[in-house]
Design a protein around this ligand. Structure first.
Ligand code: IPE
Ligand code: IPE
Ligand code: MG
Length: 226
């Protein structure tokens, strides 16, 4: 099977997962990392070519400093301990978002992970970190102005991403929260009540099944059965 599917995941509900257990919110984020590990591992066998996960939005800086710090520390630990496994699995990591507001040690871990996984060919794992789609669009518009090129293709190149086929958002929320607005122009959406730390391979399979039953028309008419 040739994998072509590009899935975006808005991982939501870590806090609620922890609160329901009377645990601190950071315990929810830790459980969320375990879910990422599960989903990354099973993605290639489900026909997924790339996975874009929303790890930390530019607006998440509004959260209490302690939570932000714990989250970013967790991300760094994930990278340090997970890179060898990701290399074995043929996963290539790419980060989207600002880097100038992150600590030097985190940026170092990000760059090392990107460099060490660069030849991974089974799955591209895009991690959106300190990411805002509106900001990414403004930056892309600046490159367009500098180059004097104003067309869709150049915009897509400046953004450095690809179209997203399916967006999955967990925890019952049904909004984009500034997630890849350009890339989601024709995306299908699957919303689930499942909280992110509980999201399983089976849930991922089910979402892909729902997606495969949808008719994508891109403004045209449904493809005629031949
Ligand atoms: C998603 O879980 C993780 C991040 C936004 C970093 P939340 O932390 O938003 O969980 P809820 O929405 O409070 O349950
Ligand atoms: C979106 O989730 C950001 C991430 C998943 C990292 P939030 O929980 O921050 O989004 P809102 O505030 O509910 O829209
Ligand atoms: Mg949330």
């Amino acid at each position: 099977m040739t994998s072509t599917l590009h899935i975006g995941i808005i991982m939501d509900g870590n806090g609620r997962w922890a609160e329901r257990r009377s645990h601190p919110r950071t315990a929810g984020h830790r459980a969320g990392v375990r879910a990422v590990r599960r989903i990354v591992e099973s993605a290639p066998s489900l026909g997924v070519r790339s996975l874009t996960v929303y790890a930390f939005s530019a607006d998440n800086w509004r959260r209490p400093e302690m939570e932000v710090r714990a989250l970013l520390r967790l991300l760094r630990t994930y990278l340090i301990y997970e890179t060898d496994r990701l290399i074995q699995q043929g996963v290539r990591i790419q980060f989207m978002g600002r880097r100038d507001r992150l600590s030097e040690t985190l940026v170092e871990a990000m760059e090392t992970a990107e460099l060490r996984t660069r030849s991974g060919e089974c799955l591209t794992l895009r991690i959106a970190l300190d990411y805002s789609s509106r900001e990414a669009l403004v930056d892309a518009a600046k490159s367009m102005a500098e180059a004097g090129r104003f067309d869709r293709q150049f915009m897509a190149e400046a953004l450095g991403t690809e179209d997203i086929d399916l967006v999955i958002r967990t925890a019952g929320e049904q909004r984009l929260s500034d997630f890849f607005l350009w890339e989601c122009a024709y995306a299908e959406f699957v919303f689930t009540e499942r909280l992110w730390p509980d999201f399983s391979t089976q849930d991922m399979k089910a979402a892909i099944e729902v997606y495969s039953r949808r008719t994508r028309k891109f403004g045209g008419l449904p493809a005629m059965a031949s």
